[in-house]
Ligand binder design. Structure first.
Ligand code: HEM
Length: 122
């Protein structure tokens, strides 16, 4: 038994492939694609790979404060969050995550909704 989901699903190499699939979907989305028009995607994929690796129990840390800060100026709505979460779930299904693991990743994402939607610095 691997000790973490990070190991179970193949470490940084697979997480970075998962994150690339995820952003293909995000950029194609009619609802939220425009948010990423001026974003340096190489840098974003790198940071998102760290965040997801952290979430899966990998050897890297990523603070809630950073998540809050990077989204604070975007004026995000619940529907935007729902769309990103939907695309992430779809990505995990395509990458053959077990249903129970998808559930635990998605509840860890849900637990960060208020940080991501927050508009004020704390
Ligand atoms: C669903 C939960 C979400 C998670 C877990 C998440 C995670 C992240 C992470 C880890 C970064 C990299 C920040 C960094 O360290 O530089 C990031 C950046 C970003 N996110 Fe999110 N995000 C979420 C929701 C959203 C939503 C709903 C939108 C807009 C529709 C969004 C738009 C962006 C943009 C535009 C950036 C780039 C900011 C920049 O570099 O200027 N995110 N996100």
């Amino acid at each position: 038994m691997p000790a973490t989901l990070f190991e179970k699903y193949g470490g940084f190499g697979s997480v970075s492939r998962i994150v690339m699939t995820f952003y293909d979907k995000v950029l194609d989305s009619e609802e939220i694609g425009d948010f990423f028009d001026d974003v340096d995607m190489t840098r974003l994929i790198d940071h998102q790979t760290k965040f997801i690796s952290y979430l899966l129990g990998g050897p890297v840390s990523y603070s809630e404060e950073r998540l809050r800060r990077t989204h604070a100026t975007l004026d995000l709505k619940n529907e935007d969050f729902d769309e990103v979460a939907r695309l992430l779930r779809e990505t995990l299904v395509e990458h053959k995550f077990d249903p129970a693991d998808i559930k635990s990743v998605m509840s860890a994402i849900e637990a960060r909704r208020s940080a991501i939607l927050s508009t004020g610095a704390t």
